[in-house]
Structure formats: structure tokens, C-alpha cells
Ligand binder design. Structure first.
Ligand code: ZN
Ligand code: ZN
Length: 98
């Protein structure tokens, strides 16, 4: 099904879409959706959703979808992403704890 000439060879144990692993899973935690362990359930679900959208929309634009998704991603509070707090915030956190 997949072109064997694709440059980046999927590595078993690493999701080929989001690069999640056994030790660093998605939030909420995912499971392997394929037998080769290169696609997680989170991404498999997303692929199914996008495919459904593509088939059911009159003129789906993947470019616009990608742009909107990027904007939403940048705006979203992502609790599992490492955020470096500013010195003021560190002081506020430290001050609040005592
Ligand atoms: Zn994934
Ligand atoms: Zn995952």
C-alpha cells in the first residue's frame, strides 16, 4: 500500500505521524494502531477524521486545514509541553508556596 521509496523509513516503536513512543505517549495515552508499531491510535483516529472530512466536503482544502490547525495548535494551552516560566512567574510560584 505504502510507497517503499518514501525517504523516512518508519521505525517500529515510534509513531510515524507524531513520533510518540512507549515511554512518551500522547495525551491521553495512545496504543499502537498497526502491527508494525509505527502508527498510534491517536493519529489513526485523526487520519480517519480527516479522510472522512475530505470525502464528505465538496471542495476540501488541505492547505487551509493545515493553516487553521497550526493556528489552533499555537493558541492551545498544551499542558504536556515544556514551558519555561518567566522570572516573575517563578517568583510568583515560589512566593505562593510559602
Ligand atoms: Zn501518533
Ligand atoms: Zn500517540
Amino acid at each position: 500500500m505504502e510507497d517503499p521509496k518514501t525517504k523516512r523509513e518508519p521505525k517500529p516503536g515510534v509513531c510515524r505521524i507524531c513520533s510518540c513512543t512507549e515511554t512518551e505517549p500522547c495525551t491521553p495515552p495512545c496504543a499502537w494502531a498497526d502491527e508494525t508499531w509505527t502508527l498510534c491510535s491517536n493519529c489513526a483516529e485523526m487520519i480517519a477524521l480527516i479522510a472522512e472530512w475530505g470525502f464528505s466536503s465538496p471542495r476540501p482544502s488541505f492547505a487551509l486545514l493545515a493553516r487553521a490547525a497550526k493556528e489552533a495548535y499555537e493558541k492551545a494551552p498544551v499542558p504536556y509541553r515544556l514551558v519555561i516560566p518567566s522570572p516573575e512567574e517563578v517568583r510568583a510560584i515560589a512566593g505562593g508556596a510559602h
